[in-house]
Ligand binder design. Structure first.
Ligand code: NAD
Length: 420
């Protein structure tokens, strides 16, 4: 049975890279575990006057290159190992993008669909009070992730500022513009992914106009990905899903109709005239580009043989397991790893933090121009590293190549700092 624990997967990916790049054993030992993990149990006053206890986490994986950076998830199945894995991937993501930040992540076990706004706000503020000493603009900066929103980030910045005794807008990113979020942060992850897709298509000589694309997930990342693939390249979105399942139409789905259906009927499967499919079926469609943009562990040793896409663009974190990676490589599927593809979010979060720290705000054009430069450079760095390590007919994966770049940067920073 394949081990689907995300943290053990993250460790396995690191181990494989360490062997290929002959990483110093001491650096490897430091990088296999997070620096520190915090678990908090927080009492929260509910609307009916009762008190309920929620469990939350915040993990600092590595800060050798800068303050920890990473989102917060509110999810019923959240657990410490997932948060640890995500904080490791944040470390590699920031290092690959070559921005001066380390890796962190947070989460609360909760079902946001069962909480009203009053309870959600109380929960968010209680979480900030519980982890206050562990976070801050110079220590660890949060951002939105699964089921957390700009409104939640605004509550976080407010609670943090109240405790600090002064406004501290750089304590969290992904805020609404009115409380000094950045232009372009809302769609940054998807836009960054589209820049990578543009480069990948050039590399593979795939014409993206009318290319068939399937997207799993229709949230912040997946929703924008659906919109932008049409807008940027004229691609055809043939399938989309949410947590309840998906819809398929080989002639293409209309973005505005998808948004209307999701808003008014609550689920994509209410889209008129399209075939209903499951999330599992969506992944196995014959398409040119497959974009997992929902949860981890979606393509595993069990279904990897059935994946038929030409390009696999990992917008979600950890959607492909190590067993699946090996099978996909045999099928010559061009996979682009999560911490390259979805780094646009953290890159613009970095821009937001910079703007907050300096008090000078950029126009949207400036944000996208700088984002494009970083995403394109990262893609090219990964392809060059793949060439460098692929000798004697053996080709390392783009994931291992991306890891090799990121791990080397973090290891060198630790070495200069005297950590080993
Ligand atoms: P979101 O909460 O906005 O949306 C999540 C989407 O996934 C929703 O459409 C939901 O219906 C769907 N979903 C949930 N469970 C599912 C399941 N079991 N099967 C299929 N679909 C399911 O979250 P998001 O911010 O869009 O994040 C999506 C992925 O992208 C996550 O892996 C996240 O870690 C990653 N990511 C997000 C950002 C960001 O800036 N938001 C940045 C980098 C990576």
């Amino acid at each position: 049975m394949e081990d689907l624990n995300p943290f053990r997967i993250a460790q396995k990916q690191l181990d494989e890279t360490a062997a290929i790049m002959k990483l110093d054993a001491q650096a490897h030992a430091i990088l296999r575990e997070p620096m520190e993990s915090l678990t908090v149990n927080i009492p929260v006053r509910m609307r009916n006057g009762s008190t309920k206890v929620f469990t939350g986490f915040r993990v600092h994986y590595n800060n050798a290159r800068g303050p920890c950076k990473g989102g917060i998830r509110f999810h019923p199945e959240e657990n410490l190992d997932t948060v640890k894995a995500l904080s490791a991937w944040m470390t590699w993501k920031c290092a690959l993008a070559d921005i001066p930040l380390g890796g962190g992540k947070g989460g609360i076990i909760c079902d946001t669909k069962k909480l009203n706004d009053f309870e959600l706000e109380n929960l968010t503020r209680a979480y900030v009070r519980a982890i206050y000493k562990f976070i801050g603009p110079e220590i660890d900066i949060s951002a939105p992730d699964v089921y957390t929103t700009p409104q939640i980030m605004a509550w976080i910045v407010d609670e943090y500022s109240k405790i600090a005794g002064h406004n501290s807008f750089g304590a969290v990113t992904g805020k609404p513009l009115e409380v000094w979020g950045s232009q372009g942060r809302g769609d940054a992850t998807a836009v960054g992914g589209m820049y990578v897709l543009r480069e990948a298509a050039k590399y593979r000589k795939l014409n993206l106009k009318n290319a068939r694309i399937a997207v799993q997930g229709f949230g912040n990342v997946g929703g924008y990905a659906v919109e932008l693939a049409g807008k940027f390249f004229g691609s055809k979105i043939v399938a989309v899903s949410d947590s309840e399942g998906g819809v398929y139409d080989k002639k293409g789905l209309d973005y505005k109709k998808l948004v209307d259906v999701k808003k008014n009927k609550g689920k994509l499967q209410a889209y008129p005239g399209a075939e209903k499919i499951s999330n599992a079926q969506l992944l196995e469609l014959d398409v040119d580009v497959l974009i997992p943009a929902a949860m981890e562990d979606q393509i595993t040793g069990k279904n990897a043989d059935n994946i038929k896409t030409r390009i696999l663009l990992e917008m979600a974190n950890g959607p492909v397991t190590p067993d699946a990676d090996k099978i996909l490589a045999q099928h010559k599927i061009f996979g682009l790893p999560d911490f390259l593809v979805n780094s646009g979010g953290v890159v613009v979060s970095y821009f937001e933090w910079l703007q907050n720290q300096s008090g000078y705000y950029w126009e949207a054009d400036e944000v996208y121009k700088r984002l494009d430069k970083i995403m394109t450079r990262s893609f090219k760095d990964v392809m060059a590293k793949q060439e460098e390590y692929s000798k004697d007919g053996t080709r390392i994966s783009t994931r291992t190549a991306a890891y090799a770049i990121a791990v080397d940067r973090v290891a060198k920073a630790m070495k200069y700092r005297g950590w080993y």
